[in-house]
Design a protein around this ligand. Structure first.
Ligand code: OAD
Length: 251
């Protein structure tokens, strides 16, 4: 089946499942912010097409060249600072208002879900607007754009790092435990804009489907998850999610 009727039908089916659910988990990746002009990691125009993660997003890279790592994060912070939540982020805020128990799990560090107004957000990979002092073990908000000092320092004099989970590091225990709990309990898991190549995030939809929950994927492209997915909605988040939420609202 092809054509607009087909996608409209699929959206209705997805909306029926969401309307019937008490507990919903949403897993988002870089694709949900693509419509806000924030580059994704993989695929055309993706950050990892032009930059090597091992030079910029590992503890070793930071130890070797904190200046370079911070210059890259400062550049990304500037890009994100000029981005606004899109219709997809906003539709997820509306969905949170409709579903009795919705947990939004994101791999994104841009803070756009919170900026849109989502309340129950688990940030698996940290936040680009926070810095961490490894010497003191403290975390602080830092929204200065551009940074006046690169690399930035803590009041204690030590170098601070972005409060982001880098390759080779573990997702904070509390965040992954809460995400696993939400995924296991969910009657429906809505997966938006992730290639599902990075673990543990990529395993979360499996937890839902193992407990007989439905997995719905919103993505213009097939992904590693598409085979597991009960319903695929092919398209951009900013286009599909508002239609989906409008359909959930219609009885
Ligand atoms: P990727 O860049 O790997 O995948 C982005 C996904 O978004 C792809 O499947 C695209 O098809 C899809 N996409 C593109 N445009 C879209 C749109 N307008 N609407 C919906 N989907 C769209 O990003 P992630 O899966 O988030 O980790 O990557 C996971 C992690 O890998 C990131 O959190 C980051 C990265 O390395 C760290 O930095 C630790």
């Amino acid at each position: 089946m092809t054509g607009p009727d087909h996608i409209a039908e699929r959206i209705e089916t997805a909306a029926d499942a969401l309307r019937a659910a008490t507990r919903v988990a949403v897993l988002t990746g870089a694709g949900v912010s693509a419509d806000s002009g924030v580059p994704t990691f993989r695929g055309p125009g993706g950050l990892w097409r032009n930059f090597r993660p091992e030079d910029l997003a590992t503890p070793e890279a930071f130890e070797r060249d904190p200046q370079l790592v911070w210059e890259w994060y400062d550049w990304r912070r500037q890009k994100i600072a000029s981005a606004k939540p899109n219709a997809g982020h906003i539709a997820l805020v509306e969905l949170e208002e409709i579903v009795p128990d919705l947990t939004l799990i994101t791999q994104n560090v841009d803070g756009l879900h919170e900026a849109a107004g989502s309340k129950h957000v688990i940030e698996l990979h940290g936040c680009i607007w926070r810095v961490r002092c490894p010497a003191e073990g403290t975390v602080a908000e830092n929204r200065q754009v551009p940074l006046s000092e690169i690399p930035p320092h803590c009041r204690c004099g030590s170098l601070v790092r972005p409060d982001i989970v880098w390759f080779g590091e573990s997702v904070p225990g509390e965040a992954i435990a809460a995400a696993c709990h939400a995924a296991e309990e969910a009657e429906v898991m809505l997966v938006v804009g992730t290639s599902a190549l990075v673990y543990p995030a990529a395993a979360l939809p499996l937890l839902t489907s193992q407990r007989d929950g439905a997995v719905i994927e919103v993505n213009p492209e097939p992904t590693m998850l598409s085979e597991l997915t009960h319903l695929g909605l092919r398209g951009r988040g900013a286009e599909i999610l508002p239609q989906l939420v409008a359909a959930v609202r219609r009885e």
